[in-house]
Design a protein. Structure first.
Ligand code: UDX
Length: 437
């Protein structure tokens, strides 16, 4: 099949390579010529497991090509997938301007029947907006169909999720387009859900909002556990064994970040408002997360009367392991708050690029855990990177000015922390020790 993917961002690149893997002819379009050149050379623009070898294999076999010539790419393709960004505006509404721009460009290139797939996460009703744009630009209704086909990729496992996800949701109005979609996803080993476009558009938001809600719920339980000497890990295990609940997304910590949960929960509240639906549960999920990501600052303030002039070290900056992405990571909110209070910040994250580091010139980046914690009044674990499991706690405690550890991802065993010489330890619902100084 001849496929054009518009947008070589996270979702677009993963989708394009997944189709190329199954020997389709894929043209991936992006406005950013630097990105296009880099990808054509086989150098990935994002870190994602398995991406680099697949990119090089597909380039070599000529199953994929990157270009900034959208018109030609559309002309040559049977299927056009829109995978551009849909950021949230400050009022929580979704900015679909890139989808609109792409739709205008697509209309100009339609020379025969094409299926236009919306892969970007978009508010319910966007398929109609796209359809109307294409019609307004003079394309006959018989020459195209618009299909809603959201993605459910997790960063770090994106390729695997695209190829072997739990489900593929297809929101389609016409039999002709349905046949093309059946053909497109035939090689994928995944359960297909065929529905109408509004349902497909909503499944994506519902899924992310419910997962985020599980996290906020378990974090509230963890905060209670901290007060009553209960153990959140055991509680989560006990909860998760109930097959109606499932053990997933019950890991307590300093909250969720990333490119989807913060954005999509807000968008769902905003979409609901437009239709007179309150979404109080999702509003609370957002509020709980906003508080939870600042939990370490609350604990610090409880412990030290003044943060000003103190060095605080942070281990991990990314919103989760296995990615170099720091979008909406809890660490960013902690850094911001601590800087405002006059603290000095040292941090360590081997995944974060020099380019990202340059965006935060007011903090010191270190090359090792031991260097990071030197002379600090507290170490905060923000991301559960593998190497933090194995770190030498005794040596870390010795290097610190005050051996205080806030374990924002419940990685360190409380007994180990005590044995290693820490005088204060706080986890998110898994026990703590040490007195206010
Ligand atoms: C998420 C969804 O899982 C995916 O389906 C969707 O398409 C995009 O958003 P992603 O953002 O890559 O994927 O990460 P995910 O692994 O879901 O974690 C999101 C955040 O929740 C991370 O900050 C993670 O640390 C946090 N989290 C996750 C918890 O705090 N506890 C958990 O139990 C699970």
């Amino acid at each position: 099949m001849k496929i054009c993917v518009v947008g070589a961002g996270y979702v677009g690149l993963v989708a394009a390579l997944s189709f190329a893997k199954y020997k389709n002819d894929v043209i991936c379009v992006d406005k950013d010529i630097k990105k296009v050149k880099q990808l054509n050379k086989g150098i990935p623009t994002i870190y994602e497991e398995g991406l680099e070898p697949l990119l090089n294999k597909c380039l070599k076999k000529k199953y994929i090509l990157f270009t900034n010539n959208i018109n030609k790419a559309i002309n040559l393709s049977d299927v056009i997938m829109i995978a551009v960004g849909t950021p949230t505006k400050p009022d929580w509404s979704v900015d679909i301007s890139q989808v609109v721009d792409a739709s205008i460009e697509i209309s100009k290139g339609i020379n025969k029947y094409k299926v236009i797939i919306i892969k970007s996460t978009v508010p319910v009703g966007t398929h109609e907006i796209v359809e109307n744009i294409v019609l307004k630009n003079g394309v006959d209704i018989k020459d195209f169909d618009v299909v809603s086909n959201p993605e459910f990729l997790r960063e770090g496992r994106a390729l695997n999720d695209f190829l072997h996800g739990d489900r593929m949701v297809i929101g389609c109005k016409s039999k002709k387009a349905q046949k093309v979609m059946d053909e497109l996803y035939r090689p994928f080993k995944t359960k297909i859900i065929n529905t109408n476009p509004p349902t497909a558009e909503l499944i994506k938001y519902a899924s992310n909002a419910l997962l985020a809600t599980k996290i906020s719920f378990i974090n509230e339980m963890a905060n209670l556990c901290s007060k009553v000497n209960a153990n959140i890990d055991t509680l989560s295990y006990g909860l998760g064994l109930d097959s109606r609940i499932s053990p997933e997304f019950l890991r307590a910590g300093i909250g969720y970040g990333g490119s989807c949960f913060p954005k999509d929960t807000k968008a769902l509240v905003n979409i609901g408002e437009k239709y007179g639906c309150e979404f109080n549960i999702v509003r609370s999920t957002i509020k709980v997360n906003e508080n939870q990501r600042l939990k370490p600052v609350e604990i610090l303030l409880d412990h030290y009367n003044k943060i000003e002039g103190k060095t605080i070290s942070l281990l991990g900056l990314t919103f989760k392991p296995g990615t170099d992405d720091i979008r909406d990571a809890p660490s960013l909110f902690i850094i911001d708050e601590l800087l405002q209070m006059g603290a000095s910040i040292r941090c360590y994250d081997p995944m974060v690029s020099e380019e990202i580091k340059s965006l935060f010139p007011n903090i010191t980046y270190c090359d090792s855990i031991e260097d990071t914690v030197r002379d600090s009044y507290c170490t905060i674990i923000c991301t559960e990177l593998d190497e933090f499991f194995k770190m030498d706690l005794e040596s870390i405690a010795k290097k610190m000015k005050k051996p205080m550890l806030i374990d924002g991802r419940n990685m360190i065993d409380i007994g180990e922390a005590r044995k290693s010489g820490f005088s204060y330890y706080y986890s998110i619902g898994n026990g703590s020790f040490g007195n206010k100084k």
